[in-house]
Design a protein around this ligand. Structure first.
Ligand code: ADP
Ligand code: C5P
Ligand code: MG
Length: 207
């Protein structure tokens, strides 16, 4: 009680809260291969957001030789969702280091645990959720053609990822849908056509 550690903790919480108050977050969701990364790159160019892909942050964590690396690698190989404790920390660190105040958080929250942990830890509620809607057939075709040397872009892991998406990620999208926060995009069109729809949303909602 009243120790220097307590004071430092309070100050840190204060800094985080002040920081977070001005953070604008858009969650970018949709199945594996629906085009989240592709469209986020274009949103960054046009609307000045910082793009944070949870999957990219997890892959960077593996490559950094972190003590969690082996665990993360095997979860990704199996298409499973890494515990929020790890992912939320990576997102928070990236947000605080970016110097920006507007973020596209891509591929997160992936399940209810992700969603609740992010909100509890950061106090941030998304402005809206951009949802890329695409058929499994089309997503499978895209993933099998992606060619980025990813260990999870093989048919066996892709099937597991689709299952996790249906069982764990769709309910999160439904959660935000009930709150009126979802902006649904038809993602089964050519890249430029999808981006036309995306631009429409950002001009309307985030103007
Ligand atoms: P996600 O981040 O949702 O997994 P990506 O943006 O990495 O998806 O896209 C998956 C693959 O599909 C990539 O090879 C990408 O070039 C391709 N792609 C993305 N959007 C489209 C589209 N609208 N039409 C056809 N291919 C696409
Ligand atoms: O979004 P992306 O396709 O890059 O994600 C690849 C993998 O990273 C997921 O299949 C999952 O194993 C892991 N991931 C996760 N939690 C997230 C996002 C991604 O565990 N929120
Ligand atoms: Mg991606």
């Amino acid at each position: 009680m009243g120790t220097a550690v307590d004071a430092a903790r309070k100050e840190l919480i204060g800094i985080l809260q002040t920081n977070n108050k001005k953070f604008i977050v858009v969650f970018v969701l949709g199945g594996p291969g629906s085009g989240k990364g592709t469209q986020c790159a274009k949103i960054v160019e046009h609307f000045g957001y910082t793009h944070l892909s949870a999957g990219d942050l997890l892959r960077a964590e593996i490559n950094s030789g972190s003590e969690n690396g082996t665990m993360i690698q095997s979860m990704i190989k199996e298409g499973k969702i890494v515990p929020s404790e790890v992912t939320v920390k990576l997102l928070q660190r990236a947000m605080n280091e970016s110097g920006n105040d507007k973020f596209l958080i891509d591929g997160f929250p992936r399940n209810e645990e992700n969603r609740a942990a992010f909100e509890a830890v950061t106090g941030i509620v998304p402005e809206f959720v951009l949802f890329f809607d695409c058929s499994e057939e089309e997503m499978e075709r895209r993933l099998l053609n992606r060619n980025q040397g990813r260990e999870d872009d093989n048919i066996e892991t892709i099937r597991k990822r689709f299952r996790v998406y249906m069982e764990s990620s769709l309910p999160v999208i439904e959660y935000y849908n009930l709150k009126g926060k979802v902006q649904k995009i038809n993602a089964a069109q050519p890249v430029e056509e999808v981006f036309e729809s995306v631009k429409g949303v950002f001009s309307k909602v985030a103007a």
